[in-house]
Design a protein around this ligand. Structure first.
Ligand code: PMP
Length: 401
C-alpha cells in the first residue's frame, strides 16, 4: 500500500510547495530525493568522464555509469548492450527513424496512429517524405483506441515499420502491442514502441512483448530530465546507422573512412549523459522498491475516484472514461481549456491545457485543445477533491451555473 504522507517525504519539492496539487505527471513526474542525491553525488565527488581515464575517479565513474546501464536493462528485461542512453524519448525515436531514412524506399509502408505524440509520428513523417515510403494510420475505434483488428486492417506485405505509442499521453489507452508485434513480425516489419507513458506506470518487458525498439524518458519516472533510453534488439542496434559521429563510438579511422564500434557505443557519440544515467538508475530503484502493483493500486484508485466525481458534474465532457492509465482528458463545455487551467492554478492545481504535443488526437476528438489531469504516487484524495471543487468553481464562473 502507498502511504502518500511518507511518499511526499521522498519528493523534496513538497517542502517548498506544501500546498501544491500536482496533476501533471504525464508531462513530467516530480523528482525523487534518491535520484537527486545520486546526481548531486556524481558532481560533488566524481565529476570526471567515463571510459577514457586510467585513473581511479574515471574508473569509479565508469562503473557507476555502466552499472546504471545494467539497472535499466534489468528494469525492462533487456541486456546492457541493448541500452543506449539518449537525451530523452524524443532523441531515441529520432535516432531510429533517422537510420531508416537509408533503409526504406518507395512503396514501403510505415504504420503509425493518430494517437501518437509528435515525437513518435513526425520523425516517420519525415522518413516517408524523404524515402517516398507511405505513412499509414491505424483506424481507431470510435472511442479512439488502437486495436489488433484495426492494425490488421492496414498491415500488408509492404509494411516495414510499425511505430506506435504504448500508452497515449492524452487518452491513457493501452495499445495491445504484444499481439500487434506478433502480426508485424510475420511480414518482417520492425516494431518501434513509444514507452514514454507506459514505462513509468507498468512493468514493460521487452522480451515478453517482443518489440524491436523502445523509447522512454527519465523525467517522467521521477528521474532527471536530459536523459532517456533507446532499447533495441542487439542485432538491430549493431546495424543501426549512427545519428551522431564523434568520440567513443568509433573503431578504426583512416583519412577516408571509419568503422563503428558495436552497440551501444556506436550510438553514444561524445560524452554521454553521465549524471542523468546515474540518476535514472536511482529512480528505477525507487520504483522497484515500491513495486508496480502498489503504484497501480494507488493511481488506479485516485483515477477512478476523481473520474466518478467529475462525471457527476454537469457541463463537462470526459473523452477517455475507460482509460487504463491514470489520465483524465476533458473539457468544460464552451470554455477554452486555458481559461480553466488558469483558474485552477489559483487553487494551486496544476493541470495541462492544450493539444499535449499530439495534435492528431485533438483533431480526432474534433476539438482544438483539451484539459488533462494525470496522477501519480504522491497524489491523494485531498488533491482529487480540490481538483473537483476548482473545476466546479471555474465552470460556474464562466458558465454562470
Ligand atoms: N511520447 C510520449 C507518449 C510522451 O508523452 C512524451 C512526452 N510528453 C514523449 C514521447 C516525448 O518525451 P520527451 O519530451 O521526454 O523526449
Amino acid at each position: 500500500m502507498i502511504d502518500v504522507k511518507a511518499i511526499r517525504e521522498d519528493f523534496p519539492v513538497y517542502q517548498n510547495q506544501p500546498n501544491m496539487i500536482y496533476l501533471d505527471s504525464a508531462a513530467s513526474a516530480l523528482k525523487v530525493k534518491s535520484a537527486i542525491h545520486q546526481v548531486d553525488n556524481y558532481y560533488q565527488t566524481l565529476g570526471v568522464n567515463v571510459h577514457r581515464g586510467a585513473y581511479d575517479l574515471a574508473y569509479e565513474t565508469t562503473m557507476l555509469f555502466e552499472g546504471a546501464r545494467e539497472k535499466v536493462a534489468q528494469f525492462i528485461h533487456a541486456i546492457p548492450e541493448e541500452i543506449v542512453f539518449t537525451r530523452g524519448a524524443t532523441s531515441a525515436l529520432n535516432m531510429v527513424a533517422h537510420a531508416y531514412m537509408n533503409i526504406l524506399s518507395e512503396g514501403d509502408e510505415i504504420i503509425t496512429s493518430e494517437l501518437e505524440h509528435h515525437s513518435s509520428v513526425l520523425p516517420w513523417m519525415m522518413v516517408a517524405k524523404h524515402t517516398k515510403a507511405k505513412l499509414i494510420y491505424v483506424p481507431l475505434t470510435k472511442e479512439g483506441r488502437i486495436t489488433e483488428e484495426g492494425f490488421l486492417s492496414v498491415l500488408t506485405k509492404k509494411t516495414k515499420v510499425v511505430a506506435l505509442t504504448h500508452v497515449s499521453n492524452v487518452m491513457g489507452y493501452l495499445t495491445p502491442i504484444k499481439a500487434i508485434a506478433k502480426h508485424a513480425h510475420k511480414v518482417n516489419a520492425v516494431v518501434v514502441l513509444d514507452g514514454a507513458q507506459s514505462v513509468p506506470h507498468m512493468r514493460v518487458d521487452v522480451k515478453d512483448l517482443d518489440i524491436d525498439y523502445l523509447a522512454f524518458s527519465g523525467h517522467k519516472m521521477f528521474g532527471p530530465s536530459g536523459v532517456g533510453v533507446l532499447y533495441g534488439k542487439k542485432h538491430l542496434l549493431d546495424q543501426l546507422e549512427p545519428f551522431e559521429y564523434g568520440g567513443e563510438m568509433v573503431d578504426q579511422v583512416t583519412k577516408d573512412s571509419a568503422t563503428w564500434k558495436e552497440a551501444p557505443m556506436r550510438l553514444e557519440a561524445g560524452t554521454p549523459v553521465i549524471s542523468g544515467a546515474i540518476g535514472l538508475a536511482a529512480a528505477m530503484d525507487y520504483i522497484t522498491q515500491l513495486g508496480f502493483e502498489n503504484i497501480h493500486a494507488h493511481t488506479h484508485q485516485m483515477h477512478q475516484y476523481t473520474l466518478k466525481k467529475l462525471k457527476q458534474l454537469e457541463g463537462i465532457t470526459i473523452y477517455n472514461p475507460t482509460a487504463e492509465n491514470p489520465v483524465i482528458c476533458f473539457n468544460v463545455d464552451g470554455v477554452h481549456p486555458h481559461d480553466i487551467a488558469t483558474m485552477l492554478d489559483q487553487h494551486k492545481v496544476s493541470v495541462r491545457a492544450g493539444h499535449h504535443c499530439a495534435q492528431l488526437v485533438s483533431q480526432f476528438l474534433g476539438v482544438t485543445s483539451t484539459l488533462r489531469a494525470s496522477f501519480h504516487i504522491y497524489n491523494d484524495m485531498h488533491d482529487a477533491d480540490t481538483f473537483i471543487e476548482s473545476v466546479k468553481e471555474a465552470r460556474d464562473f464562466f458558465l454562470g451555473f
